[in-house]
Ligand binder design. Sequence first.
Ligand SMILES: Cc1cc2nc3c(=O)[nH]c(=O)nc-3n(C[C@H](O)[C@H](O)[C@H](O)COP(=O)(O)OP(=O)(O)OC[C@H]3O[C@@H](n4cnc5c(N)ncnc54)[C@H](O)[C@@H]3O)c2cc1C
Length: 388
Amino acid sequence: MNPDELEAFRAEVAQWLAEHCPAILREPRADPGALAAAEQGWHRQRAARGWLAPTWPVEYGGAGLDPEQARVLAQELRRAGARPPPISAGLSLLGPVLLARGNEAQKRRHLPGIARDEMRWCQGYSEPGSGSDLASLSTRAVLDGEYYVVDGQKIWTSHADQADWMFCLVRTDPDAPKHEGISFLLIDMKTAGISVAPIRLISGPSAFCQTFFDGVRVPRENLVGQPGDGWAIARELLQHERRALGSIGRGDLGRARTLPELARQQLGAQDGPIADPVLRDQVAQCELDSLALRLTMARAADEAAAGQGGEHVASMLKLWGSELTNRRHELMMTLLGADGLGWEGPGFDATDLRTTRQWLRAKGNSIEGGTNEIQRNLIAKRFLELPQ
Ligand SMILES: Cc1cc2nc3c(=O)[nH]c(=O)nc-3n(C[C@H](O)[C@H](O)[C@H](O)COP(=O)(O)OP(=O)(O)OC[C@H]3O[C@@H](n4cnc5c(N)ncnc54)[C@H](O)[C@@H]3O)c2cc1C
C-alpha cells in the first residue's frame, strides 16, 4: 500500500472511530455497569468490521489488513483513547495458532466465532503436578474408534466455568519421551464427563477453575496437527500468550487517564511538576519505561511479521511487561493511599474496588503464561546461551 493510500485508510479509521467509539470508554471514572454495556456494544461493532482480528483473512472473520494498516488502526485506536479489549484466550492465543496449524475444516468451524469473540475459549494446560514442568502432564487421551477418551484434571483454568470450548494438552503416548507424547485437542465444554469447580482467591471470586475429565469422548477430528505435535503447538501458543501479557501494563487507572494526571490529582497540584521529588521521579521513570516497552513491542511485532525474532523475544516482553505492570500498580496504590483500598459492602466505591482488584490481580502476571523465573531461564539458555 503506498503512503497516500495508507493516509486515506488512516482518515477512514479516524472518522469511523469518531462516529462509533462511545465517549464513556474514554472517561476515567465511568460507572462500571454503563461501561461494561458500552464495551460490549463497541466490541460488537469492531467485530463486525473484522477489526478484532484485523490481519486475519476475511473468510475467517478478519479484515485482511496488511501489517502497516494494522499498525495505523492500532495507532488510531490509541489516539481515540479507547480502552483495549481484555486479552481473550480465543483471539489472542488460539486464533493465531489455528491459522498456522489448523486444517481447513477446523479454521472454517472455529475462526469466525473467535474473530467476533463470540465463542469463549479456555486454556487447559496446567495440572496439579505440572506447572513450570508442563511437559510432565498426565491427563490422558486414548483413541477409541473415531473418538479420544480423555481422563484427568486441569487446574488454574481461567474462565472454564463460562467457556464454550477448551484447547487442551493431553498425553496420547505414555511410552514416548515426555515432550513427544503430547497432543493438542479442542474440547467442547458441554461434552458429558466434564465438570468444573471455581476457585476463590484473596481478590474475591476468581476466574480460576479446576476442570475434571471423566471418560470424556472427543471426536478425533478435533485434534490439531498430528498426534505428538502437542508440545510444539503449545510452545507456539505460549509465545502469543507471552507477547499479549507483555502489553498488560496498559491497564486502566480508575480515577485518571494517565499516571501523571493521577499523581497531580492525589498530591494536589493541578499544573506544573509533581511536588514530591521521589514520586515525581518514579512516575517519570514508569512513563518512560512504558513508552519504551510500547515501542519495543511495535518493533517485535514488525519482526514477527517478517518471520524474525525467536521464542526469547516473547519471554523478554512477558518478563519486562509483567514487572512494569506490577511497578505501575504499586505506584498507583502509593499515590492513591487509603483511596486505593476498595471494599465490598455498604458504601463501597466501585472505582476504588476495581482499582484494588486490579492491583491484586496484577500479582498473578508474573506467574501466568509461565513464571518469570522460567522466562529468565529461557532467556539465559536460548538467547544468552549461558552455561547450565
Ligand atoms: C492469573 C493466572 C492465570 C492462569 N491461567 C491459566 C489458564 O487459563 N490455564 C492454565 O493451564 N494455567 C493457567 N495458569 C497457571 C500457570 O500457567 C501456572 O501457575 C504456572 O505455569 C506456574 O506453575 P505452578 O503454579 O505449578 O508453579 P510451580 O511450577 O510449582 O512453581 C513454583 C515456583 O517455583 C519456581 N520454579 C519452578 N521451576 C523452576 C525452575 N526450573 N527454575 C527456577 N524456578 C522454578 C517457579 O518460578 C515458581 O516461583 C494461570 C496462572 C495465573 C497466576
